[in-house]
Design a protein around this ligand. Structure first.
Ligand SMILES: [Zn+2]
Length: 192
C-alpha cells in the first residue's frame, strides 16, 4: 500500500481525505513527548499511518461523523479529547467545553467552535500559525443563522494565519481573511 502524506508547515503531517470509503483528512502534529492526531479517519490508510506512530498518541476528534472517527475503536492512545456531542455519541474521551492549551515543544490550543454543520466541533490551533477546522467550512442549505454568526465570531477571534480545511482537493490551506470572507458571503452575513 502506498500512502502519500503531505506536510503542512514544518510540523504537521497530513493524510488527505478519501471518498471510497468516505474518510476525512488526518493530521499528525509532532510534539516533543506526544504525537497529536486530529481525526482518525475511516479507512485502512489512516489506520496504518496512525498505528505506525512511535510516540504515544493524543487523539483529538473534530466531531462525531463516521468519516472522522471510524478508526477510533481500533487504536490505542494516551488521551482523547472530544466535544460534548462527540462524547454523547462515542461515550469516551475528555470533553473540551471551551478551550484547552497544551505545551509540548509546540503550543496547541484545542477549542470548541459553534458550527451549523455539526455542533460541538473542536478545532486545533498550532503555534498560532495553523488552525485545523475539519468540516467547519461546509454547511447545509438550511442552517441556523445564530450558529453561523457564533461560528464566524469564534473564527475571527482566533489568532492564526491559516485555516486548514478537510475534504478539499486542490488545497487545504486558506488564509484566515479569505476563508472568513468566503463564509460571510455564503451566510450573507450582515455583521453584528
Ligand atoms: Zn467530514
Amino acid at each position: 500500500m502506498r500512502i502519500i502524506m503531505k506536510m503542512i508547515g514544518n510540523y504537521i503531517k497530513h493524510l488527505p481525505a478519501s471518498n471510497e470509503p468516505l474518510s476525512a483528512d488526518v493530521y499528525l502534529i509532532d510534539g516533543d513527548k506526544y504525537c497529536y492526531v486530529y481525526d482518525v479517519g475511516n479507512n485502512d490508510e489512516s489506520l496504518s499511518i496512525i498505528e505506525g506512530i512511535s510516540k504515544d498518541k493524543v487523539i483529538i476528534l473534530s466531531h462525531y461523523h463516521q468519516d472522522h472517527v471510524g478508526n477510533l475503536d481500533k487504536l490505542q492512545f494516551r488521551e482523547l479529547y472530544v466535544g460534548n456531542l462527540t462524547y454523547e455519541t462515542i461515550g469516551k474521551g475528555t470533553v473540551v467545553e471551551d478551550s484547552y492549551m497544551i505545551h509540548d515543544g509546540i503550543t496547541i490550543e484545542i477549542k470548541h467552535c459553534p458550527s451549523p454543520h455539526v455542533s460541538g466541533s473542536l478545532i486545533v490551533t498550532i503555534n498560532k500559525e495553523y488552525t485545523l477546522i475539519a468540516d467547519l467550512y461546509f454547511t447545509r442549505q438550511v442552517y441556523d443563522t445564530a450558529l453561523a454568526s457564533e461560528m464566524l465570531n469564534t473564527l475571527e477571534s482566533i489568532d492564526t494565519k491559516y485555516f486548514v480545511v478537510s475534504h478539499q482537493v486542490e488545497t487545504s490551506i486558506f488564509e484566515k481573511e479569505y476563508l472568513i470572507s468566503e463564509l460571510k458571503e455564503y451566510f450573507n452575513y450582515e455583521g453584528k
